[in-house]
Design a protein around this ligand. Structure first.
Ligand code: ADP
Ligand code: ASP
Ligand code: MG
Length: 450
């Protein structure tokens, strides 16, 4: 059995939905099909909720456009015999959404929990449309089996509970199970939550792992995992094979192809992932697996993680182990760090995602509060306006000069490298550069290493 996931661009238009229908109906055995909201809809829902909360009456026009888009698609992709029922179900949800926007507008307040409810409508509706469109389609509701719990203010998947619920819900016979991606419910309160932006990939991986699928297919709008984002580097090439670790590293450092948490559950079960193009279904795509077959590329790709401030803390011989105390304090509170070397500075240096900057700063200030008055360099110095360029491949440690070569060509291109991570990992080398020059840096590094 395989699990397929179709992203927003694959379910955004009549043409793409027609491709989805062909691809899924051609599968001879039962399959699970996870779908995102119609392309661009999640952004639109967030923007519309924002308008409603700021008393901008144009939220009503947005709501109308959202309804029109869905009704128009239904009238064009769903067979006449099933259309009225689909319109009734989707119409009911759109009506609820419209009332929700009115409520937000009345109270002029948009707490996270309400926004989570708003964005859930995207996948709730798209999955109904796809279930009615596909012969043999039966909808399974993720709100019943994808469960999250709170962890340092974020909702994260409760994988154990989710796995047992998936096994239970999918124990009935089905031909094509159609599942809304991204959305979930809190295990304690039952409130609607989600797995984070891009999270439909993760929904598909959780299901693939729980049902011991043979394959997870991620259907998107490019021919596979490429050596760089083709929107920035048009000459980027498709990589036919890569390892789980390489894909995880590229996605962690900004390659949007797969949502990073997706890879863990299938990696543990050794379920391969294929990246395929809904608009070019016969292209071979990229196979992500743990086998070490030669792919023809020793460097699998380059990517950029935008906005990653650099933290530095000093060390004093009179303060024992400030580095490990800092790292422990950050890890205990769920802050992910990217270790870096800064030339001419022996203290602890690392980058974090911009979202974590404030939290990381507060944690370090509190950890070293007793010592900072007498040891001021223990207070973190933070440099913003930086982005991380990552180079990912196999056995990087066997190419000891690679980092220096990259830094030299960036320097020749007039790009200063603020920090780097040579030699820290066998699969990834990272460089911190001015965010304004990140795309230029990506181009230079891509042409040098790929
Ligand atoms: P979906 O809506 O199908 O989930 P996404 O927009 O999340 O699609 O991911 C696909 C996009 O990822 C591509 O259109 C491409 O621009 C971008 N991308 C970034 N890095 C890469 C890469 N290394 N290889 C392929 N695509 C990439
Ligand atoms: N629709 C959600 C988003 O845009 C989830 C997804 O597409 O995977 O983030
Ligand atoms: Mg995506």
């Amino acid at each position: 059995m395989k699990v397929l996931k179709f992203g927003g661009t694959s379910v955004g238009t009549v043409e793409s939905l027609t491709n989805v229908k062909k691809i899924v109906e051609a599968i001879p055995e039962p399959a699970v099909v996870v779908v995102s909201a119609l392309g661009g809809l999640t952004d639109k829902l967030i923007a519309t909720a924002g308008k409603a909360s700021h008393d901008d009456p144009s939220y009503r026009d947005d709501m109308q456009a959202i309804s029109f888009r869905h009704f128009n698609i239904i009238s064009r992709v769903i067979d006449e015999g099933k259309r009225d029922e689909a319109l009734r179900l989707v119409g009911g949800l759109l009506n609820d959404l419209s009332r929700l926007f009115d409520g937000i507008s009345l109270i002029r307040h948009l707490p996270q929990q309400t926004l989570d409810m708003v964005v859930s409508f995207g996948e709730r509706i798209s999955s109904i449309i796809v279930a009615f469109m596909i012969d043999g389609g039966k909808r399974f509701d993720s709100l019943d089996f994808i469960k999250t719990e709170e962890w340092f203010g974020k909702n994260i998947a409760d994988q154990k509970l989710t796995t047992s619920l998936i096994k239970e819900k999918f124990s009935v016979p089905f031909d094509k199970a159609i599942v809304p991606g991204f959305i979930s419910t809190d295990r304690k309160t039952g409130n609607i939550t989600n797995l984070g932006r891009g999270g439909s990939d993760f929904t598909a991986a959780l299901i693939a792992a729980a049902l011991d699928a043979d394959l997870l297919e991620i259907w998107t709008d490019v021919d596979g995992f490429m050596t760089a984002d083709p929107r920035i580097i048009p000459e980027a090439e498709v990589v036919p094979r890569m390892s789980f670790v390489e894909s995880m590293e590229l996605c962690t450092f900004g390659a949007k192809v797969i949502y990073p948490p997706t890879i863990y559950p299938v990696f543990h079960k050794n379920i391969p992932i294929k990246i395929l193009n809904t608009f070019n279904p016969t292209a071979p795509g990229t196979l992500v697996s743990d086998s070490r077959m030669d792919s023809g590329f020793s460097i699998k790709g380059v990517s950029v993680l935008r906005s990653t401030p650099l933290f530095s803390i000093g060390s004093y011989s009179s303060v024992s182990n400030p580095e490990s105390r800092a790292l422990n304090a950050l890890a205990r509170q769920g802050v992910k760090i990217y270790p870096m070397t800064v030339s001419a500075n022996a203290a602890l240096n690392f980058a974090v995602a911009a979202d974590d900057e404030e939290k990381a700063r507060a944690i370090l200030l509190s950890e070293f509060a007793p010592e900072i008055p007498s040891h001021p360099l223990l207070a973190p110095s933070i440099k913003g306006g930086l982005s991380t360029v990552a180079v990912v491949g196999e056995n990087l440690k066997s190419q000891p000069r690679l980092g220096a070569r990259i830094r030299n060509s960036l320097m020749r291109g007039g790009i200063a490298v603020e920090a780097f991570s040579d030699g820290m990992s066998d699969s990834t080398l990272t460089l911190l550069v001015d965010s304004q020059r990140a795309n230029d840096a990506l181009r230079i590094v891509h042409s040098l290493v790929v």
